[in-house]
Design a protein around this ligand. Structure first.
Ligand SMILES: C[C@H](O)[C@H](O)[C@@H](O)C(=O)CO
Ligand SMILES: [Mn+2]
Length: 418
């Protein structure tokens, strides 16, 4: 789009009281954490050919070009970062360490296994986030990890959790940027369970043990991810929304809200103005559920827009961590990553361009027609011209040019992996 289109857009937004250039400046600074696991279908690199198993999550599809090594994954992520405008971070899973030839089990991971990632991130001047990996492991196969009634299984995963915290602290210290550690466990049951209370009491105690060590807030921040159900845990999830809301509030941890983890007609954005009253900070996983927690590529759709609008309306952008969490193996994985990340960024821009003051003034006067009509009118303001200008200022291609860039990478790099 031409500079004239952008000039026209600046005027159009100014007519409803919005400063486009201020919005673009702010947008560039909001970090989005890109999840490493989109590049290899959540397999990880603990051993050659590792694949996702159990854990209530699933990738479907077998599109050619999956990353087969950490080197390939990093090359793919470099390509993604070249095509995604604005500040970025990378979110690692513990199963993506560099473990060498000897088997390193989850209860033995150490900071040195992530030195390569820290060096890689430092070169790119980005921060890293971390996730313990409580799935794709024989000791998770019975359905419980931190909430297991088997003391040996529980001790194994507790050690993994403690080490994940230690590694996150080290990463944050190394990079001078707070490393967010998200803890998600798959624990739950396929069918009716009698002792829900027992498992939840165990989880509470294990988390208390895991969090016994305090790390400096500037190095690492703990988040706990809630879930409604998963494949194989349809009837009971120990770490439910209520469980973690209570635990996190009581113990001053962050809550992680994943957009895929609720009933499909539940409005996730509606939760934010309640949760951020009580939590100082929160983590969001941006995902797109289709009928269930299917982890489709996020789009610039109403749900993502509404989530960002709520955060911006509350003036709490600096209190939230925005991370991606999806895994689609049925299409070009780089394209999936890029589309999900750009859509999330677009939704942030959408929220920053909302004519908030004018809308609020209608609302406060009780002029609900005025509010409704302005909400409708803003839908056809020249948003595309502003987005294109942002991409150009950030030195990344516009939406259409991205398609050919992704195709070229597929032809020159991904096809060579078959
Ligand atoms: C791979 C991630 O840890 C996982 O997707 C988790 O965040 C989740 O959302 C599980 O449903
Ligand atoms: Mn998630």
């Amino acid at each position: 789009m031409s500079k004239d289109c952008f000039k026209g857009a600046v005027e159009a937004y100014a007519s409803v009281g919005v400063d486009v250039n201020a919005a673009l400046d702010k947008l560039a600074t909001i970090p989005i954490s890109l999840h490493c696991w989109q590049g290899d279908d959540v397999g990880g690199f603990e051993e050659a050919g590792a694949v996702l198993s159990g854990g209530g999550i699933q990738t479907t599809g077998n599109y050619p070009g999956k990353a087969r090594s950490i080197a390939e994954l990093r090359s793919d992520m470099d390509k993604v970062m070249e095509l995604v405008p604005g500040a970025k971070r990378v979110s690692l899973h513990a199963s993506y360490g560099e473990f060498g030839d000897k088997k390193v089990d989850r209860d033995a991971i150490e900071p040195r296994h992530f030195q390569g990632w820290v060096d890689w991130a430092r070169e790119r001047k980005i921060g890293l986030d971390f996730n313990g990996t409580y799935f794709s492991h024989p000791l998770a196969a019975a359905g419980y990890t931190l909430a297991s009634k088997d003391p040996a299984i529980r001790a194994f995963w507790l050690e993994h959790g403690k080490r994940s915290r230690q590694i996150s602290n080290w990463i944050g210290e190394q990079l001078g940027s707070t490393c967010v550690l998200d803890t998600w466990i798959p624990d739950g049951a396929k069918d009716t369970i009698v002792d829900k209370y027992g498992h939840r009491r165990i989880l509470e105690q294990t988390l208390d043990d895991m969090f016994a060590v305090e790390y400096p807030a500037e190095n690492m921040a703990d988040a706990l991810e809630t879930k409604l159900f998963g494949i194989g845990s349809e009837s009971f999830v120990v770490g439910s929304h209520e469980f973690y809301m209570g635990y996190a509030l009581k113990n001053k941890k962050m809550l992680c809200i994943d957009m895929g983890h609720f009933h499909s007609d539940e409005d996730v954005s509606d939760k934010v103005s309640s949760l951020l009253l009580y939590f100082d900070k929160m983590l969001f996983h941006v995902s797109r559920p289709v009928r269930w927690d299917s982890d489709h590529v996020p789009l610039f759709n109403d749900k993502v827009k509404a989530l960002m609008e709520e955060i911006v309306r509350m003036g709490r952008l600096d209190d939230v961590y925005i991370a991606l969490d999806f895994f689609d193996a049925s299409i070009n994985r780089i394209g999936a990553w890029v589309t999900g990340a750009r859509s999330t960024r677009k939704a942030l821009l959408w929220a920053l361009l909302e004519p908030r003051a004018a809308l609020l003034s209608y609302e406060d006067k009780g002029d609900y027609y005025g509010r409704l009509a302005l909400l409708e009118a803003r839908n056809v303001l020249p948003f595309g011209a502003v987005w294109d200008e942002f991409c150009s200022r950030q030195g990344v291609p516009g939406d259409l040019a991205v398609i050919s860039s992704v195709h070229a990478y597929e032809d020159t790099v991904l096809r060579g992996r078959m």
